[in-house]
Design a protein around this ligand. Sequence first.
Ligand SMILES: *Cc1c(COP(=O)(O)O)cnc(C)c1O
Length: 391
Amino acid sequence: MRSFLPPVRTLMGPGPSDVHPRILEALARPTIGHLDPQFVRMMDELKSLIQYGFQTKNELTIPVSAPGSAGMQTCFDNLVEPGDKVLVCQNGVFGGRMIENVVRAGGEVVIVEDPWGKPVDPQKVKDALKANSDIKLVAMVHAETSTGVESDVTEISKLAHSHGALLIVDAVTSLGGIPVLVDEWNVDAIYSGSQKCLSCTPGLSPVSFSDEAVARLKSRKTKVNSWFLDLSLVMGYWGEGAKRTYHHTAPVNPLYALHEAYVILKEEGLENAWARHKKNHLALRAGLEAMGLEFVVDEKYRLPQLNAVSIPEGVDDAAIRSTLLNDYSLEIGAGLGVFAGKVWRIGLMGHASSRKNVLFCLSALETVLSKVKAPISKGAAVDKAAAVYNA
Ligand SMILES: *Cc1c(COP(=O)(O)O)cnc(C)c1O
């Protein structure tokens, strides 16, 4: 046995994204105790940085010590009681996982379905609420990573609240790449992930609960299903002021990394980060379209950080991706679910959303597709993308 030395990749899939070198350096800093006063000071800073990222004043704003899926489960386990009726909007893989979470928490699911590649339709949500007066929670995915679609949170938030329901939002892929405005949009529970547009290592999930969500949690008649994710216990460690008590050993070094990721985001500024994601998306798009590749999602709902394009006729999906990985050390994403074998998902998330990566990906993809005689137009992609930067 020897040390594991991973290759250096360019990560342009659905996450993890390229990790910023400053974040890797932060991980290597000395480990201290999870109740060390210096660590507690860092935790307080981190909470305020997470509030900044979510654009919220919510007091209950912390990183869950586990990946985005655990952030999802935290929201459902804490807010769903057995017998509660929950409306879940499903337009891809992650809405499906929300349904699983509701069922396992003992809730009753009402599903509003939209096709893959389309956003959640507010009219359908409105109709479902009308037909089910006892819905207590509405849940939706803001940025559906399986398809590259953005759904409008504001409309659905209004509908949920006018019905007296709370709103859970999945912002795993959206946070840092496009606006996520928790207070302005009146979101009650939100979760994200460290490894997408925050460009941190995987394994942590920032979450935030509104005062209304906290009140719902406090008035539960039953215990939260999961001991580990029960926020009323977790807050004994993460809570403000009061003496911190041991709940679980916090992932000390990964939390340094997450802190660094947010410091980098704050230095750049959210608005600038959103503008950078947009610009790189437009350049990538110009290049892909110059090759003749087509986007799956209508321009209006397209995510700049997750570009879903149709695989050209007759092209072997897996062979192209493995050539990109082996010859260029470049990872792009395969299609998921309904889109498996039909679509590539090219991520431009966080630190990976750069001019260098856009131009590199276009030239690698063009070379590899040309070699297998794929039906694409050659020679224009990189120039078209460069023109977007030079405009
Ligand atoms: C990646 C992702 C998740 C799950 O996050 P993990 O860190 O893989 O557990 C949840 N929702 C969306 C929209 C995602 O893209």
